[in-house]
Design a binder for this molecule. Sequence first.
Ligand code: ADP
Length: 337
Amino acid sequence: MFTTTRLKLTAWYLLIIMLISVSFSLAIYHVLTDELNRVERVQRLRQERRIFILAPGSPRTPSIDPEVMEESKNRLKSILVLVNLGILGASSLAGYFLAGRTLRPISQMLDEQNRFITDASHELRTPLTSLKSEIEVNLRDKDLTLKTTKNLLQSNLEEVNNLQYLSDNLIKLTQYQKENAVSFEAVNLKEVSGIAQRKVANLAKRKNIIIKNEVNDGEISGGWQSLIELFVVFLDNAIKYSPKGKTVTLTSRKIDRSIEVEIRDQGMGIEEKDIPHLFDRFFRADKSRTKAEAGGYGLGLSIAKQIVDKHQGSIRVESKLDKGSVFTLRFPLRYSF
Ligand code: ADP
């Protein structure tokens, strides 16, 4: 498909270039032949006047041989045809090359989109297969009791919740790719982190994890909802990937015209080789370990990265296996003049 489109685009480039080139050549041909005719006319008139004064009545001879005139016009035609053929050849090559360069980002985008669809379908297939087989097995059971049915429905509900979580995250991921996904206003990071903390309070309570929020006042220009979501992603991960009874600490400090917020946990940590891939879509470090225990789909950090990018911020990660991780977010401070 890409080659056909490239050839089509090359053909369009060629058509435009050749239209311009042929029009110019025709114009040049007309101007030059008109000029030749004019020179011939002027020379003839001058000669006639001279002959009339010197020897009236002598026979008239043309000033420029008509054969020479015709030959000049033919030579001009050949030169212009050759030049146009040269332009056609050169612009075919240049057009093909340029068409390739024009289409490259589009082709990369398509590849990326296809990869995304494949990954998303793959993630959807697992819970759907599990739902389907559970329902099929139980439907075949002739002695299905009310208790088993309730257990089945409970398990189905869990899978449906997983699917909902996945689809919500997929929607978020695509929404944050839009240009105007965030409407900017003054946002206090202390307030935002407080709201996010309350949102994950139940999860923390279930694991007996204490969240210490020591974020100071600091205003940045950003979207409230997206920043709350951002903190929820990091707090949620810090809780999910920490053993029971640990502490998660949030701190902040101002550096030059920026503010840094640190989310520090005492959890399982991340292997060094995994750190560069953390923000890739659907990435889960040590899949068997984290998916089974925490049930994530590897989308949280890629959503977080998109939110941070939208706010011209950056993320740093430091981690030690079985000791814990520190995620540091940095944003430009908002200044009121
Ligand atoms: P998920 O929904 O799987 O948590 P994320 O994109 O949020 O997806 O995280 C990607 C992976 O990074 C996780 O699967 C986990 O392996 C690792 N990870 C993220 N945060 C932490 C953390 N605080 N401690 C240990 N591992 C983490």
